[in-house]
Every structure is written in C-alpha cells, then in structure tokens.
Design a protein around this ligand. Sequence first.
Ligand code: HEM
Length: 430
Amino acid sequence: MRLNPFNGVYLTDPASVWRRILDDPDEVHYAEDLGLWLISRHAHVRRALADVATFGNALTLAPIYEVCPEAMSVIMQLDAPPTTAAADPPVHPRTRQALRATFANTPDRVEAEYGAIVRRRVDQLVSRLVARQGGRVDLIPEFATELPLLVVLDILGVPDADIARIRSWADGQIALIWGQPDPAEQVRLAQGLVDFWRYCQDLVQQRVDSGHHGDDYIGRTLAYRNGDDSVLTVTEVASIAFNLLVAGHETTAGLLAHALDQALSSPQRWREIATDPQSVPDFVAEALRFAPSIDGWLRVTNKEANLGGVTIPAGARCLLLIGAANRDPAVFAHPDRFDPNRPDVRDQLSFGHGPHFCIGAALARLEAQVALTRLAAAIPGLRLTPEQHRSFKPNVAFRAHHTLPAIVDVLAPADEAVASGTVSAEARAA
Ligand code: HEM
C-alpha cells in the first residue's frame, strides 16, 4: 500500500485516501515508502491506542524518517525525560496522575479554572476582527492559531513577550518530527527544539530558585511535587511544560480551523451557529470527528501483534490513522456526511483512547465552543472568500490549513434575528 502524506491528494482531500485504505480488503497495510504500518479501521486504532503493553509510546515523538547525522548530533543534546505522549509504564502512570491532579480535564473544572481566560482571549481576538469591518482577513494566523497559543501561555504563566519564539519552536517541532524537512532544515529545527527545551527548563528553574512558585499551572505543579522527586522531578515539571506548550495549541488551532471551515462553507450553518448557540457543542463534536486536527498518531510495537489477521513484527512503527477510523462505516452511519446531529459522534477517536487520552480535550472543546459562538454573534456576516484553494501542510500527524481567507461583515443583511441583537445576548451567556 502506498501513502504519500507529503504530496498530491493527501494534502487537499485526505478523506479520499482514507476511503481507499478502508475499502481495501486487507485490514492492515505496510507502507514501504514511509516504513510505517498503517492502521485504519476503528476497532484496530482503538485497540492500538489502549493496549499500551503491545503498542508503546517510546517513539511517538521521534522523527518518522532517518534524520541526517548533523541534525541527530543536535537532537542528542535533548535530555527531556518522557512524561506524557512519549512515556510508557512505569513512568506514565505516575506522570499521568500528576497531570490529572494539576491540569483541569473535565468540563466543570475547565470552566472554573480556565473559562475566564478563554473568554478574555476570544473577545480580544474577535474585537480585532470586528475592527477590520469590510476587509479581508486570514482566519488561520489572525484567529485559529493565535487563540489557543494565548490561552495556553496564560494557563502556564508564560509571558506574552515570548509568544513569537514559542510559536516558531512549536511549529518547528511538528515539522521536524512528522514532516519532511531537508537536511539543512533538520539541523535548524533540531537546534530550535533544543533551545525550546532549555527555555522550559529555565522557566521552571527560575520559579524554584526564587522560592515563589506562582499560582499558574507551573506553580501548581511545583506545589504538587512538594519537593519530592519520587512524585515528579523538577526536570519532569519542565518536560510537562515543554509538552503542553505544543500539545496545547497546535491541536486546538487545527480544530478551530476545521470547525470554521465547515461552519463558513455554508451561510446557513453560520447563521445557525449565530442564532442557536446551544447547537455549537454538537457542531464542534462533529467537526472533531469529520476532520480531526491530529489525523495520524504513532505507536511502536513492543512485541509481535496481530490485527485483522495481519502479523505486525515487534519493533515496528505504526501510524494509527485516526482520520480514517473516524470515517469507518462499521461504526459511523454515512461517515462522509458532515452531520452535527449524528448520534454516534462520541465514538470518534480524535482525542485518542485509553491511558493517554488527551488531557486537554475539555479545554479544546470549550475554546472552540466559545470561539465559534462569540465570533458568529459578533460577525454574523463573516464569509469565506469565493476563491478558496484549501490545502494542508505536509505532515503525517497534524492536519493544518495553510490559509482560510474570509471577509468581515458584522451585519448579515438578510438576517433580521441577528441584526436585532437578541443573538448577542444569548451568545454572551455561552
Ligand atoms: C482539538 C484539540 C486537541 C486534539 C485533537 C488532541 C489530540 C490528542 C491526541 C490524539 C492525543 C494522544 C492520545 C492517545 O495517545 O491516546 C493527545 C494527547 C495529549 N494531549 Fe491533546 N489534543 C488536543 C488538545 C489538547 C490541549 C488543549 C492540551 C493541553 C493544553 C492537550 C494536551 C495533551 C497531552 C498532555 C497529551 C498526552 C497525554 C498522555 O500521554 O497521557 N491536548 N491529544
């Protein structure tokens, strides 16, 4: 089976590739060009995500290609201990316990702890867009990638002054691990990754040295460890921050982009969001299923595994095609139809499954719900420009739009309900 994630149709219409793989009578495939086993069926992806004894995480954050020696010597300086997505037992149960204790991961906790941050940052960005009335904006840099980064920096207690370099380091990490950079670029990105890690170490060490931990996420995690290395080491706290700064924004940026793309691709959908904020959670859930922002995720077999009658040898890297699993007709009726009312939406695997299930799922959902609700209320006439050439950055894991150009129109002329202002009042309650 051939899969070229860096060229051609996968960059414009990945669902057509998932369909081809799902329709193939062989249930599991080896992609020789990539050196990865492709796991696409819902039941298999779900099992591989949950069965951490067989499908381990040790290589989840390791580049998918053979890195050039110069870049490898830089990467070798990276001494960040695995704490989250790359951690296996016995470390992961301990660090996961720390994450669950320190990071709000249920709707109620997220609302209580991060709700005000999310609303403040959404309003700040929506106001900037409103000020561009009549103009053309690109919703990717001006909204989708900006909001989650600002939110996660606020949560962690990282100064706004560092936004630009954190964005550049995080983008670089995603390109270095799951992209296809040439050797010179590999060296540059690897150096960025090491600088990023040193930055996180300094961020945490300064708090420890000053004796003032602070009341943000980093402070809370230092308080949780309470000086006890058997709970978490200081370096592990830095490693968690290092992971959250990437996981916490690149993913949610993708969700916002896909949700806005779906919502704005029909004026009727945007109007529904503006007039019926209660419908937004279901809309967001379906956007997550239909176009997950992480549509491929890596595991490595710790021992021989059997899936769908196919034997995968030990030590094999597997690409779990979450995007395909979310379109598996064995689980989802009419899987290629975008339907915010579908009853089976909860079976999606967009946030993973099992012991590594995304710790930020509730935060991501809240961000997307508040963002869509407030944006639609403030700019009911927002519309995509007619000449959309939708394409995604070349990457096996992150499905990120290049651009999403739109026209700002704060009034939808044909829509009296919106113009009357009743919508804004409802939306404010969201
Ligand atoms: C739409 C947004 C998001 C998507 C699609 C997403 C997706 C995922 C996926 C697929 C995994 C791997 C799960 C597995 O292996 O079973 C994961 C893990 C993780 N996510 Fe998210 N994520 C999102 C937002 C966030 C946010 C906002 C944060 C934090 C601020 C976050 C933090 C993490 C962490 C720390 C892990 C590793 C958990 C562990 O290994 O125990 N994610 N996420």
